[in-house]
Write a protein that binds this ligand. Structure first.
Ligand code: KG4
Ligand code: ZN
Length: 372
């Protein structure tokens, strides 16, 4: 069973082909990605309209590249999975439209996939795939969640951010330091030269007793610190970036201190989730999962606690088509999606909508009654 996956929820066009035959863990046969980072950099962030137009330009050439890698014709595809949400509406519409058009042309079914389920399952494509059940720490640009995962589609929310996501905290702090977009990797790079003890930034909700996160206060603390160091005020000259008066060492120290605060909260809450659930496996997914310090500190904490920790391959941490093809394939294998509906050739199944805001609860996530 060959599943073509298309991801277009934000600033990456990803296409991949996965073999999800039988009951075994799906195998990646081809994978191609185009990142729009260079295009958006000039604007300091993602411009939705430009993102949509670029997805249109990239998606079919990437599909050709994936099929060439796999050495297979388009007609070999058994189903087309696409990101239905959450994400930018216009960007999602491109992937959904192309997936449904391909499905209709081939007479094959399409599968709308939740982007976060893709991230969550992405470690199954790694050389060291996890086994159910496990605790998942999902940390992306828009989400920070801890989940108990008992199987495909069997997710229990344990805790989540009450305001900003961890990736947002990285991105906003990076912006305050004048590091531009995308902020997370830039801040992590600069932090390598800094002293993580230099500034004591808040660790919100660290001792709250629950598994929720809060990162919004961090950017205010960073702003206050940068202002203090710069002796500047926000209404200073427009051409001057707030962080310009800082020395390179001061910037690196702020970066290292912010990263340490975010990582400490993520590690402590993840270990608390492991303790609470009694599970012995932890899966880390989403863009922030690429952070080296997070991997080091989680690795150390898990080793101490006798817990196995699994990550997606580094290139599958951020958005990609492979995780969408994989999630589509695993949903079929789990019996959550039927593939026989396209046979009637009525075409109704190809009408599509996207879900820019798509609560995980709509996916069949359960929350334990009275747990939060
Ligand atoms: O999962 P992802 O690619 O997209 C979303 O679904 O949001 O995550 C993107 C987020 C951004 O906030 C980015 O700054 C962050 O992941 N990120 C990192 C690193 N690489 C990506 N944050 C910290 N350190 C990194 N190395
Ligand atoms: Zn993502």
């Amino acid at each position: 069973m060959l599943i073509l996956g298309i991801e277009s929820s934000c600033d990456e066009t990803g296409v991949a082909l996965v073999d999800a035959s039988g009951g075994h863990t799906p195998r990646l046969l081809g994978d191609a990605l185009h990142s729009q980072i260079e295009m958006h950099r000039a604007y300091g962030g993602v411009v939705p309209e430009l993102a949509s137009r670029d997805h249109i330009r990239r998606v079919l050439p990437l599909t050709d590249a994936v099929l060439a890698q796999a050495g297979l014709p388009l007609s070999a595809v058994d189903a087309v999975a696409y990101t239905r949400g959450p994400g930018l509406a216009g960007a999602l519409l491109v992937g959904s439209g192309v997936a449904c058009a391909l499905g209709f042309a081939l007479g094959k079914p399409v599968i709308g996939v939740h982007h976060l389920e893709g991230h969550l399952l992405s470690p199954f494509l790694s050389a060291d795939p996890p086994e159910f059940p496990f605790v998942a720490l999902l940390v992306s640009g828009g989400h920070s969640q801890l989940m108990r995962v008992d199987g495909v589609g069997r997710y229990t929310l344990l805790g989540e951010t009450i305001d900003d996501a961890a990736g947002e905290a990285f991105d906003k702090s990076a912006k305050l330091l004048g590091l531009g977009y995308p902020g997370g990797p830039a801040l992590a790079r600069l932090a390598q030269q800094g002293d993580a003890q230099a500034f004591k930034f808040p660790r919100p909700l660290l001792h709250s007793g629950d598994l929720d996160f809060s990162f919004a206060g961090l950017k205010t603390a960073v702003l206050t610190q940068v202002k203090r160091l710069a002796h500047a005020s926000l209404d200073g000259p427009a051409t001057l970036h707030l962080a310009d008066p800082l020395t390179p060492q001061q910037k690196a120290d702020v970066a290292a201190s912010v990263q340490a605060a975010i990582v400490e909260v993520l590690v402590k809450k993840s270990m608390a989730a492991v303790r609470q659930t009694g599970l012995r496996r932890l899966v880390v997914a989403g863009g922030v999962g690429a952070n080296t310090l997070l991997r080091e500190q989680l690795g150390a904490a898990c080793a101490k606690a006798g817990v196995r920790v699994h990550y997606p391959e580094l290139h599958l941490c951020t958005d990609n088509g492979a995780m969408i093809a994989l999630a589509g394939g695993m949903r079929v294998q789990a019996g959550l999606v039927r593939l026989d509906w396209a046979d009637g050739a009525e075409g109704n199944g190809y009408s599509f909508d996207v879900k820019p805001r798509w609560p995980l609860s709509d996916l069949g996530l359960s929350e334990p009654a009275g747990a939060r």
